[in-house]
Design a protein around this ligand. Structure first.
Ligand code: SOE
Length: 379
């Protein structure tokens, strides 16, 4: 059995999802390699120590430069806030480490490109954690589309709705609330939520050519947890955009943290010549499928319960009919990454793939500012 020694940076929510994936991997996936939780790194030592105990890390670091310099670390996992992804990834690549990085790849495309160049120069294995691709129902959607069951695609419609920042008393900055601080997050819902929708869309429906967007910051000032002062809010609280895909299809994307009643409602629908597909994160184990080839009197939306052993990933888990959840998408992502190392077929999205998503996010923000249609670089 080969081993990969893991050094994970960042003890927040994403640190937990990735650590859980390492803990579960060998129990459910029969691979020729196992991952070992060697070191956890966080600038807050007490937090890192507690995290190490909870998840079974062998050691603790408080300086990520030291972690990267360690000879016994093979894979750096970046689950730290967005503003330090680039610095960590570039240094890790130069040290020859494999890298898994949380989304969004970077603060902007320019920084993302520097990361891609460093990684490709070093030739290290890499993956960006757009975990929704590994929801079995979404992987099944990809299979159905690739088999041509939808035919020519006309429409792509995606939404990611939340409601957790409506209170004007919610501060910005610091633990958990760095997502509201533009200096740390880079953007609001565009990088945090629309990036997921864009990654899935590029995977299922190919590249986007042009976009036009609008965004709004509903609460203009919030108290900063870091300075104690009221500070201007620089993130987009809500953003919606229209897009034209290279394949000629038209799209609408919407995301907000101000949709009262919705906690994490990621949904998409795709309409093609022969059929349509719809998915909903709150019902994540189901894929809705309409097939116009069905005999007229039987035509209707099917609700496929994606739990059979021949559905993507499901043969690894329980018995048909029993569901899995959000955390499993991170286990699948890790399994695909490790398997890709063995069979020399790198799992996606690589940093290069995620750069395309970053370019779309940049174009959306630029268009929301100018009001103009913006072309995606490279398309
Ligand atoms: C924000 O609330 C968040 O946790 C995102 O950061 C995740 O990427 C998304 O999957 C769920 O919502």
């Amino acid at each position: 059995m080969k081993t990969i020694n893991v050094g994970l940076i960042g003890c927040g929510f994403m640190g937990r999802t990735h650590s859980n994936a390492h803990r579960r991997l060998g129990n459910f996936f029969k691979l020729d390699t196992q991952t070992v939780l060697k070191a956890i790194c966080d600038s807050n030592e007490a937090k890192a120590k507690e995290f190490a105990q909870t998840w079974g890390y062998e050691s603790v670091e408080t300086d990520w430069h030291k972690l990267i310099a360690r000879k016994d670390i093979d894979l750096i996992e970046i689950t730290a806030p967005n503003n330090i992804h680039a610095e960590i990834a570039i240094e890790a690549a130069r040290a020859g480490k494999m890298i898994i990085c949380e989304k969004p790849l970077a603060m902007n495309g320019e920084q993302g490109l520097q990361m891609v160049e460093a990684i490709e120069k070093a030739g290290v294995a890499n993956l960006v954690s757009f975990n929704y691709r590994r929801m079995p129902a979404i992987t099944l959607a990809k299979k159905l589309i690739d088999e041509g069951r939808l035919g020519r695609i006309f429409h792509y419609r995606a939404k990611f709705l939340q409601d957790w920042t409506i209170s004007k008393d919610l501060p910005q900055g610091g633990d958990a609330l760095w997502r509201l601080d533009v200096k740390v997050a880079g953007s609001g819902v565009t990088g945090d939520l629309l990036a997921h929708c864009i990654d899935t869309a590029l995977w299922l429906n190919g590249s986007i050519d042009t976009v036009t967007a609008m965004s709004e910051t509903f609460v203009k000032e919030r108290k900063s947890n870091l300075t104690g002062q009221m500070e201007k809010v620089g993130i987009d609280d809500a953003c919606a955009f229209l897009a034209r895909f290279k394949n000629g299809s038209l799209a609408t994307f919407e995301s907000t943290r101000y949709a009262r009643g919705h906690k994490a409602l990621y949904t998409f629908e795709i309409n093609g010549e022969h059929g349509s597909i719809a998915w909903d994160l709150h019902d994540l184990h189901r894929l809705q499928f309409f097939d116009h080839h069905d005999p007229g009197i039987l035509r209707g939306w099917r609700s496929i319960h994606v739990t059979d052993s021949d559905h993507p990933y499901m043969g690894k888990w329980w018995v048909p009919g029993l569901q899995i959840g959000y955390e499993h998408s991170f286990v699948h992502q890790l399994a695909d990454f490790v398997e890709g190392l063995s069979n020399h077929k790198p799992a996606g999205p690589t940093f290069r793939d995620a750069l395309e998503t970053q370019y779309v996010c940049d174009a959306v923000l630029k268009s929301a500012h100018s009001g103009a249609w913006v072309k995606i670089p490279g398309q």
